[in-house]
Design a protein around this ligand. Structure first.
Ligand code: ZN
Ligand code: ZN
Length: 401
């Protein structure tokens, strides 16, 4: 499965990046395959990348999505158990006197600090009434997991804007009272530890903002979720540079890989990602290759940038066409549209092409938003995608007698 994040678009003057890009390999895939459009979640529902990837892997996001915190935590390698509460976290700079909750956030990224390993080690030494774990994410970001509690009905400590005080975590349900207190204790103790940490004293001397507070947001509680293997009898590998997508793969019991040079932006090493994915096909039944850049470019509203990236991606896709399609099934699609005219995810259905020896090849010859709806797949839902592929491969079970 090649999932090109946010690639489809809304037309501007009748043109989309996919319709003007020179992309002979994607067009060849459309010509050789069966084509259609897909609502990754449901018509009119604007998908997040996490909820849509869950659906594309056959998991109903309305049943299994547990919020961004647990997925990011799984994405950076924390092994979550049902009941664990996970937050996304930022190192930030606070000033003032009194407790951390009296202090004002002056930099939500602590000068975009990168080297946070030592600070995280120090945070993991804090004494709390529950087990917890802090782990590094990209740049100034981290994740914090509190073990063995049952409610994430909590407010965030991140005020989300500078010039405001660190917020107290408040319970939104009785079952969250205890953990809310523990989170406030953690936030205060973390501030004390960070404030006097040698790395921060050093930063202060050099005139850099101290990373002296940790702000929490995106709480979620890990749910019981069946594994991909239990559901489909197949093993799964996810190749991505994005913690959120690796997290989705890991949450359903798959393995996640980031090849060298994969960055999640437009300079990513496509050669390495394709190569790694094709290698993994020798060991794994299902390989999901996630390419992030078109979504970022869509958020930046850069039409030409999207065209350029699609053309560069296409130049690497010839290797997919060399696969043996009597044994393999290739799906090329996206998790949602990120139109440059909107700069956000929209519910416009995505383009989907499926390649396999047994598909009913249709008349579609170009991989675009305008051609795909004329294909034989018509309009499908994200949750159906894997079933369609498994059926083509004769790996699905009969329903009924
Ligand atoms: Zn996405
Ligand atoms: Zn996005």
């Amino acid at each position: 499965m090649l999932i090109v994040d946010g690639m489809p678009d809304r037309p501007i003057g009748g043109r989309t990046p996919l319709s003007v890009a020179k992309k002979p390999n994607l067009d060849k895939i459309a010509e050789m395959g069966i084509n259609g459009i897909m609502d990754t979640i449901s018509p009119g529902i604007r998908p997040g990348s996490d909820t849509s990837h869950l659906a594309l892997l056959g998991f109903d996001p309305y049943k299994f999505y547990m919020g961004r915190g647990p997925i990011e935590a799984a994405g950076v390698g924390i092994d979550l158990k049902p009941g664990d509460i996970a937050f996304r976290a930022n190192f930030a700079t606070v000033v003032g006197s009194g407790s951390v909750f009296d202090k004002v956030v002056v930099d939500r990224r602590a000068g975009r600090i990168e080297q946070t390993e030592e600070l995280i080690n120090a945070l993991n030494e804090i004494d709390l009434p529950v087990k917890f774990e802090v782990a590094k994410a990209t740049g100034h970001r981290a994740v914090v997991v509190f073990r063995g509690n049952s409610s994430a009905e909590l407010t965030e400590t991140d005020p989300k804007v500078v010039g405001e005080k660190v917020k107290k975590c408040k319970p939104l349900a009785d079952s969250a009272k205890e953990i809310a207190e523990i989170i406030n204790e953690f936030t205060q103790k973390a501030h004390e530890v960070l404030e006097k940490h040698s790395l921060n004293l050093e930063r202060e001397k050099r005139g850099l903002p101290k990373a002296n507070a940790i702000l929490l947001r995106g709480a979620g509680v890990m749910k019981e979720i069946p594994s991909f293997r239990d559901r489909f009898g197949l093993n799964l590998a996810v190749v991505s540079a994005t913690a959120l997508i690796k997290g989705v793969g890991r949450i359903v019991g798959g393995d996640a890989f980031t090849p060298q040079g994969a960055t999640g932006n437009k300079r990513t090493n496509l050669e390495a990602k394709l190569g790694n994915s094709l290698d993994l096909l020798k060991k794994y039944d299902v390989v999901l290759l996630h390419i992030k850049a078109p979504d970022e470019i869509g958020h930046d509203r850069d039409f030409e940038g999207k065209v350029e990236f699609i053309e560069r991606l296409d130049s690497h896709l010839g290797r997919i066409l060399d696969l043996d399609f009597s044994k393999n099934c290739v799906i090329v699609t996206s998790d949602h549209s990120t139109p440059v005219s909107v700069g956000e995810h929209t519910a416009d259905p995505v383009v989907v092409s499926i390649l396999h020896e047994g598909v009913r090849v249709d008349d579609v010859k170009r991989f675009t938003e305008f051609d795909a709806p004329k294909g034989g797949l018509c309009r499908i839902k994200g949750m159906d995608l894997l079933n369609i592929a498994l059926d083509l491969l004769n790996l699905s079970k009969k329903f009924g007698a």
